[in-house]
Design a protein around this ligand. Sequence first.
Ligand SMILES: Cc1cc2nc3c(=O)[nH]c(=O)nc-3n(C[C@H](O)[C@H](O)[C@H](O)COP(=O)(O)O)c2cc1C
Length: 221
Amino acid sequence: MKKILAFTGSPRPRGNSTILLEHFIKGAKQNTDLYEIIDPYKIKIKYCAGCLRCNIIKKCSIKDDQWRGLSESILNSDIIVIASPIYFHHLTASLKKIIDRFRSFVNVRITETGLIHTPWQEWKKDFVLILSMGSPDDIEAKQVVELFEYITEILGSENKLHVIKATRVAMAKQIEKTSEELNSLYKKLKIPSFLSENDNITNKQVIKKCFELGEKLTTRN
Ligand SMILES: Cc1cc2nc3c(=O)[nH]c(=O)nc-3n(C[C@H](O)[C@H](O)[C@H](O)COP(=O)(O)O)c2cc1C
């Protein structure tokens, strides 16, 4: 059975991105019971100290936080899901703090022409980005997608990246609102309400995509 490790980046109790993750997990549960959801706001993870000792000792040297257990869960997973709102074109800071600690998974050598990254372990995972944003234009997620293209690449050529984006979802739980609910919300937000029907169809499609990707990635191959 495939093992999933998912991170929620939203500070909202049930943010749009977290709701989409729920649908991914629902799909995955067709094939696996092995999933863990990490709320970065609830665990103690310190900031990367930039000591670079990991380049020698092959692990992070920071003590007194939960990185050791978390890093084991990361390494033991088959699928890593990051479900986050876009905040100023990026992930929320709660997740960035964790991403920086990924430095300890690789050896980095400086050469004349650039950096050479060599992961300490073999990485062969599916990475899934589930991103929600207020803008109608998914260009807002460009930097996050590029960051993960980079991360998956330096961690090994066998990793795969999958991206699902929800646009024009600014308010809490907007992704699961009916077209009538969207209609009245759009009136309040002064968004042309004729958009609500189409947006509702798009939101449902994004939800379906999450379910289907969860199911597909956990199918035994
Ligand atoms: C601090 C902050 C910054 C934001 N920055 C952006 C942004 O750069 N682009 C965008 O499209 N939406 C932005 N948004 C809107 C959120 O991405 C949007 O509301 C998202 O759906 C929230 O997801 P959640 O419900 O999972 O928390 C921002 C919201 C906040 C609170």
